[in-house]
Design a protein around this ligand. Structure first.
Ligand code: AHR
Length: 514
C-alpha cells in the first residue's frame, strides 16, 4: 500500500490519508426478467419548512430576483436540468396541519397559521395549491400531494381531490375555475397523511390502517384515467410491524403504495456538524445510509407475503442525510451544508434503489432547497448546486431504463475494527441500447480499481462522468460555488474488452458504454 498524503488538524482529519487499494471485477449480466428503474425513484420533496418554500423556491412575484410566478427562475432551470420526475408537497409533518382551502383564492384574503412543527413561524399561505401544481407543470414533474389526515376530515380531503381533479360542474371544480384555473391538474400521486406513527397523529398501525381505509374509500379519480396512486404513510425505519399491519389490513383495491422513511445520520441525538465532521462520524453516517438495503429487503419480504403479485409499490418518500443546523440558523429550519459525504449518501442510496427497482417504484430526497440534504442552496440572490445535485444529475441516465444485475466481490472500507462495503454499483440499459454503470467508492482513504468487462455489450466506446474532491468535507459555498463539479472522462481505454478504472477515495463515477 502506498500512502499519498495526510494532514491531521486538531482531531479532525481534514485531508484523509490516501492509499491505493484493491482491484475488483465488476460483472454485469443480462436480466432474467425485465425490471424498469422507475424515473420516480429520482423524486424530490419540498415542505413548508424553514427556507425550502419561502425565501427558497418561492420569492414572490414582486421580488427583484428573476422569477416565474414568484418561483426563482434559476431554481426552475436547475430542476428542469436535473430531470426531476416528481415533487412531494407540502410536507412532511407540515402536511397534517395544512388546510388546503387556506392556500387558494386571492392572496390578500388568505388566513395565516402557525407552523407548529418548524420554528413556530407564521405561514401566510401565499404559496398554495395553484402555485405548487403550476410549478410542477413548468418543471415537467408529476406532483405528489401529501394530504392532511391527522387534523383534517374525510370531507376536507375528498373536496381537495375534487378541487384538483374534477373537470367542471361540481362545487369544488367551479371554485377552482373562479380561482383562475379552468382545467383540472393531472395529479396521480396522493399521500394519505404523513408519519402517522408520529407527527401525523401518534397513531398505532392498527388504528391508522382503519383511518386509511376510510379516507381512501372516498378518494375518487375524477379524471377517469388510469386511476389514482394512493400512498399509505409508511414505517419509520425498521418498524416492520407497521408495514405488516398495513399490508394485512388494507384491501388491495384501496392502495397503490406503502411509504418508508429513513434518514442517514451520525447519531440521532448527536448529529454533528454537516461540514466539520471526523472520520468516525463519516463512517457512522455511511453505516446508516447503507442500512437502506437491509430495510428494503425486510420491508419487501413482508410486502411479498401479502402481495406476491407485486402490485403495491414501496415508496421511500423521505431519505437523505440529517445533521445539526448551520451555526446561527434557526434550529427549526434544518438548514445544513452539503459535502462529499452527502454525495456518498446519494450515490450509494440511488444504487440501492436501482437494484431494488422491482419493488421500490418511487422515492423522494429530503429536501429540494435549503433543508436537509438539499440539491440547491440559496442566499439572497445567490444560488448554488450541491454535490448531491451533481450526483442526482449524473444518475438521471437510469430513469426508466432496464435494470442490469451487477455482481462483484467488493473490497471493504475499514475503520477502527469495523468494515463496510467500499464499493456500490448499479447498471441499466436504456431504450437506445446504451449501458450506464454507476459506481461509488465510499472509502475515505483508498482508491479502488474496478475492472469492467464491456465486451458483452459490444461497446466500442466508454466515457464517464466523475465527482470527486480533495477533501471529504469539501463543499460548494456561496463564495466558491463551483468547488465540486463533475468532470468528463472523454474516452476510457478498453483493452481486450475490459476497462480498468480507478475510483478515487469518496468518489462517484457514472460510465456510459455504447
Ligand atoms: O423532512 C423533515 C421531516 O422529517 C418531515 O417533516 C417529517 O416527515 C420527517 O420526520
Amino acid at each position: 500500500m502506498r500512502q499519498i498524503k495526510s494532514i491531521v488538524i486538531a482531531g479532525l482529519l481534514l485531508t484523509f490519508p490516501r492509499f491505493v487499494g484493491a482491484q475488483t471485477t465488476v460483472k454485469i449480466s443480462e436480466p432474467e426478467d425485465e425490471v424498469i428503474i422507475s424515473k420516480h425513484i429520482y423524486g424530490h420533496f419540498s415542505e413548508h419548512l424553514g427556507r425550502c418554500i419561502y425565501d427558497g423556491l418561492y420569492v414572490g412575484q414582486e421580488s427583484a430576483i428573476p422569477n416565474q410566478d414568484g418561483v426563482r427562475s434559476d431554481i426552475i432551470d436547475a430542476l428542469i436540468d436535473l430531470k426531476i420526475p416528481n415533487l412531494r408537497w407540502p410536507g412532511g409533518c407540515f402536511a397534517d396541519t395544512y388546510h388546503w382551502k387556506d392556500g387558494v383564492g386571492p392572496r390578500e384574503d388568505r388566513p395565516s397559521m402557525v407552523n407548529r412543527w418548524w420554528g413556530g413561524v407564521t405561514e401566510d399561505n401565499s404559496f398554495g395549491t395553484h402555485d405548487f401544481l403550476n410549478l410542477c407543470e413548468t418543471l415537467g414533474a408529476e406532483p405528489y400531494l401529501a394530504a392532511n389526515v391527522g387534523s383534517s376530515s374525510v370531507q376536507e380531503f375528498t373536496e381537495y381531490v375534487e378541487y384538483v381533479l374534477h373537470k367542471g360542474g361540481s362545487p369544488m371544480a367551479e371554485w377552482r375555475k373562479e380561482n383562475g384555473r379552468e382545467n383540472p391538474w393531472a395529479v396521480k400521486y396522493w399521500g394519505v397523511g404523513n408519519e402517522m406513527w408520529g407527527c401525523g397523529g401518534n397513531m398505532t398501525a392498527e388504528h391508522y390502517a382503519n383511518v386509511y381505509r376510510q379516507y381512501a374509500t372516498f378518494m375518487t379519480d375524477w379524471t377517469n384515467s388510469d386511476g389514482l396512486f394512493r400512498i399509505a404513510s409508511g414505517a419509520n425505519v425498521d418498524d416492520y410491524h407497521w408495514t405488516e399491519v398495513l399490508m394485512r389490513d388494507i384491501p388491495k383495491s384501496l392502495i397503490e403504495g406503502v411509504a418508508l422513511h429513513s434518514y442517514s445520520f451520525v447519531e440521532w441525538n448527536e448529529k454533528g456538524s454537516s461540514v466539520d465532521y471526523s472520520e468516525e462520524q463519516y463512517f457512522s453516517t455511511m453505516k446508516t445510509a447503507l442500512m437502506m438495503d437491509e430495510l428494503i429487503v425486510n420491508h419487501t419480504a413482508i410486502m411479498d407475503k401479502y402481495d406476491p403479485e407485486n402490485k403495491i409499490a414501496l415508496v421511500v418518500d423521505e431519505w437523505g442525510g440529517w445533521y445539526e443546523v448551520m451555526e446561527g440558523t434557526n434550529p427549526g429550519f434544518l438548514y445544513q451544508q452539503n459535502t462529499m459525504r452527502d454525495a456518498m449518501i446519494a450515490g450509494t442510496t440511488l444504487n440501492i434503489f436501482n437494484n431494488h427497482a422491482d419493488r421500490v417504484k418511487m422515492a423522494n430526497l429530503a429536501q429540494t432547497v435549503n433543508v436537509l440534504q438539499a440539491v440547491v442552496l440559496t442566499e439572497g440572490e445567490k444560488m448554488l448546486l450541491t454535490p448531491t445535485y451533481h450526483v442526482m444529475k449524473m444518475y438521471n441516465v437510469h430513469q426508466d431504463a432496464t435494470l442490469l444485475p451487477v455482481s462483484f466481490d467488493g473490497p471493504t472500507y475499514e475503520f477502527e475494527g469495523e468494515s463496510l462495503p467500499a464499493i456500490s454499483a448499479s447498471a441499466s440499459k436504456n431504450k437506445e441500447g446504451e449501458v450506464h454503470v454507476s459506481l461509488v467508492n465510499i472509502d475515505a482513504h483508498k482508491s479502488h480499481t474496478v475492472s469492467l468487462s464491456v465486451e458483452q455489450f459490444g461497446a466500442k466506446n466508454l466515457t464517464g462522468t466523475i465527482l470527486s474532491s480533495k477533501d471529504l468535507q469539501d463543499h460548494n459555498s456561496f463564495e466558491a460555488p463551483e468547488t465540486i463539479q463533475p468532470k468528463e472522462l472523454k474516452s476510457i481505454k478498453i483493452k481486450k474488452g475490459v476497462a480498468e478504472i480507478e475510483l478515487p477515495p469518496f468518489s462517484v463515477l457514472v460510465l456510459k458504454a455504447e
